[in-house]
Design a protein around this ligand. Structure first.
Ligand SMILES: Nc1ncnc2c1ncn2[C@@H]1O[C@H](COP(=O)(O)OP(=O)(O)OP(=O)(O)O)[C@@H](O)[C@H]1O
Length: 312
């Protein structure tokens, strides 16, 4: 369980995280969603004690990271998969990590097996593909058998097979009762991976809810209706105050659920060939909700621009 209360981080003039409060429950995958620069990595670094908050606090199982006696046994994280000594083998890398955290060496082969790297355990980690490096990073995060796992953009740059593997693996970790918190700007990926979402924009909380609620609340839900009496149906629905547009020989009805549409059609003896609720995509929901909180990157920030201008 992760709990952030009024969490704030300021870098000079930039308010990277602004009075953020949210909680992440055990036994499920919670997505941490936000456009680039929204403050996801900064928040994760504060959870892991790598950055100190300017205000507020964040706890893991009720304790701040620095107060955890053996942090690796409580929380594991995958922040940067390429953070390994390139000439060390995967096994040697994990053995070194285990030793420096007083974790029994026998655990190394267990986690290598869990992530499917046993056959390449003796190979140089520097020669690993991104997918294999991600697995090694996850093995390292699992060394202390922690209750809480953090993943920062774990599927970035992976091929479809790697993405699928990570997604399934996260589900498995959650089914084991662990708290899984994963950041991403890939909305459709989160819709498949996370059951809950913490959504931020410009460092502020935009929403915390189940993924299902987030999508249905934000994206307009419509109902597709096909009928041989389309014009007649359109008239009765509009008189009942529904929003109706026509799309490829079907009506797209908003502001009225499918039960009500069916009842109105029956009361007017109108035959229906199709009555199907359409759910908005996570992308739609995300754009609608975070709309004005996207931080636009021009490639150069204002300060760099100023330095360049004055150097001319
Ligand atoms: N060490 C730092 N010094 C100064 N500003 C920083 C620092 N780290 C982050 N920032 C700024 O804080 C804001 C949030 O950045 P952060 O990396 O947390 O966002 P993010 O949501 O993880 O984005 P991305 O997906 O692009 O990594 C950005 O405006 C960023 O430029």
């Amino acid at each position: 369980m992760i709990e952030a209360t009024g969490l704030t981080k300021r870098y000079g003039k930039t308010l990277a995280v602004n009075n953020l409060s949210f909680s992440v429950a055990a036994g499920q995958v919670t997505g941490f969603l936000g456009p680039n620069g929204a403050g996801k990595s900064t928040t994760m670094r504060m959870i892991l004690g790598l950055d100190n908050p300017t205000g507020g606090q964040v706890t893991i199982g009720g304790k701040k990271y620095h107060d955890l006696k053996e942090p690796l046994r409580t929380v594991g994280a995958l922040l940067d998969a390429k953070w390994v000594h390139p000439n060390r083998s995967a096994r040697a890398h994990l053995q070194w990590m285990a030793k420096s955290n007083r974790i029994p060496a026998s655990r190394v082969d267990e986690v290598l097996d869990t992530v499917g790297l046993t056959s390449v355990a003796g190979k140089r980690a520097g020669g690993f593909s991104l997918g294999m490096s991600q697995r090694l990073g996850i093995a390292a995060a699992l060394l202390g058998d922690p209750e809480v796992l953090l993943f920062d953009e774990p599927v970035n740059g992976l091929d479809p097979e790697g993405i699928l593997w990570i997604r399934k693996f996260m589900h498995r970790l959650a089914e084991e009762g662990r708290t899984v918190f994963v950041s991403s700007h890939l909305l459709s990926e989160m819709a498949l991976t996370a059951t809950n979402l913490v959504v931020i924009g410009r460092g502020k909380l935009i929403s915390q809810s189940s993924t299902e609620d987030f999508v249905s609340r934000a994206a307009e839900n419509t109902v597709k209706v096909r009928s041989p009496q389309l014009a007649e149906l359109r008239g009765v629905l509009q008189r009942a105050s529904a929003g109706v547009t026509e799309d490829a020989n079907a009506l797209v009805v908003s502001g009225m659920d499918s039960d009500k549409i069916g009842e109105i059609a029956a009361a007017n003896r109108i035959v229906l060939h199709e009555l199907s609720p359409q759910t908005g995509s996570l992308e739609q929901a995300f754009m609608q909700i975070t709309g004005d909180s996207v931080e636009y990157h021009t490639g150069l920030d204002a300060e760099a621009q100023h330095v360049l201008e004055s150097a001319k």
